[in-house]
Design a protein around this ligand. Structure first.
Ligand code: ADP
Length: 384
């Protein structure tokens, strides 16, 4: 159907029996109805969120707040609405850095996440809060608001502190007796070497090995605590990775008769990294290479440098890893339960190694087939 100006009118409109003004009125009602619905929807979200929320105008005056805000800060609407955020509760929020962040948001269209505020509030005492803020634009750019979400992380931080204290206490308490057991066993070993029978020597060497195992387990559990929090702290220095690998591999060769450890290639520059942590990675990979090639054989360490990267690989001829398990072995506590795998540990070594390598900006991986040995490799950026 066409109107008198030749324009096509959709059939649905033509069949509509309402007058033009009725149709306009309906559509206005519909829009207002929708707006009310959207407003109620937004308000329900703000009220339901457990985190305290503040909505600020562009002059940083509080336009509204949700129930959680009033509950956490023990304030009334009259103390909050219409007040500038920096004047709330006698200027408790008047923190220069926060002021800068908030005043930057509107002109720069920016936002901030996880800004930590430690403060002693008059009514609720010492608190640690994480603040997230974002700009909202309404009414076709006319109204500019800031949504400020506040998370009280005081209890979480306290729990983390207690966990750290507990871990360092536990590791200290465990390490002291292990060190003593090891020291006495070493004295015994020396005395036995003067003529005792082989069986006794064997028992003593087992005590020493078990003590070493306990020590590394305690260290792994401590590392796990650090990884779960902020990541392993690194103490970087510039050093010769070739030399570190040489020293470690010679120590390992000393401890095994069944395996021959060879080294090939070299890294052409000193690396800037945490020497102890990288040593830990090499030790973990060599321990596994020996542990998972119970029939002995050659373990080949290769060192290369390609495109400003050091590449280290450790190849064994042991039991290998099937393809579908290879992505999982770097997960926390993951161990393969296939056939009779020799003396597995707690599935932490590769997890910790991968975290250390990644913290250095490197990569770690494995190439293997079940029954055909495994080659573990890692890379490390070399900073000239
Ligand atoms: P674990 O303490 O159990 O050795 P890891 O995290 O070091 O823990 O290794 C995880 C799992 O990956 C091991 O339990 C083992 O099944 C497998 N794995 C690691 N290295 C090798 C290897 N060189 N050859 C075969 N399997 C390996």
């Amino acid at each position: 159907m066409k109107n008198n100006k030749g324009k096509v009118i959709p059939d649905a409109v033509f069949r509509d029996k309402r007058s033009g003004s009725e149709m306009i009125e309906d559509s206005i009602n519909l829009t207002v109805g929708q707006l009310i619905e959207i407003y109620a929807y937004a308000e329900a979200i703000v009220e339901t969120v457990r985190e305290p929320l503040l909505i600020l105008q562009d002059d940083l005056i509080v336009r509204s707040a949700n129930k959680s805000f009033f509950t956490l800060f023990q304030m009334q609407k009259s103390e909050v609405y219409g007040k500038q955020i920096f004047n709330l509760n006698g200027g408790e929020w008047n923190i220069p850095e926060l002021k800068q962040l908030l005043t930057d948001i509107l002109p720069n269209n920016s936002h901030f996440n996880d800004y930590e505020v430690r403060h002693e509030y008059k009514k609720i005492g010492k608190k640690i809060m994480l603040l997230n803020a974002r700009r909202i634009i309404l009414e076709g750019n006319k109204t500019k608001l800031i949504l400020l979400a506040i998370e009280d992380v005081t209890a979480k931080r306290e729990y983390e502190r207690l966990k750290d204290d507990y871990l360092s206490f536990a590791s200290h308490e465990l390490k002291t007796p292990i060190t003593t057991v090891k020291a006495y066993a070493q004295i015994l070993e020396k005395r036995l070497s003067l003529g005792a029978d082989d069986k006794n020597k064997h028992f003593v060497s087992r005590i020493i090995r078990q003590a070493d195992k306990m020590n590394s387990l305690v260290a792994d559990f401590l590392d796990l605590g650090k990884i779960e929090d902020d990541g392993i702290p690194l103490n970087k220095t510039r050093f010769d990775l070739n030399l570190l690998i040489k020293n470690i591999s010679e120590d390992f060769q000393y401890g095994t008769d069944k395996h021959t450890i060879t080294r090939k290639g070299s890294i052409n520059m000193h690396v800037l990294a945490d020497k102890n942590r990288l040593g830990q990675v090499v030790i973990n990979l060599l321990t596994n290479a020996i542990k998972y090639s119970p029939d002995g054989g050659t373990i080949e360490i290769r060192m290369d440098s390609v495109n400003h990267k050091a590449i280290v690989s450790i190849k064994d001829g042991g039991i290998g890893i099937s393809k579908n398990k290879q992505a999982l072995i770097f997960d926390r506590f993951y161990r393969i339960k296939e056939g009779k795998d020799p003396k597995q540990g707690y599935g932490l070594g590769l997890y910790i190694s991968s975290k250390i390598v990644k913290r250095h900006g490197g990569e770690i991986g494995v190439k293997s087939e079940r029954g055909k040995g495994a080659t573990f490799w890692f890379t490390l950026p070399i900073n000239p």
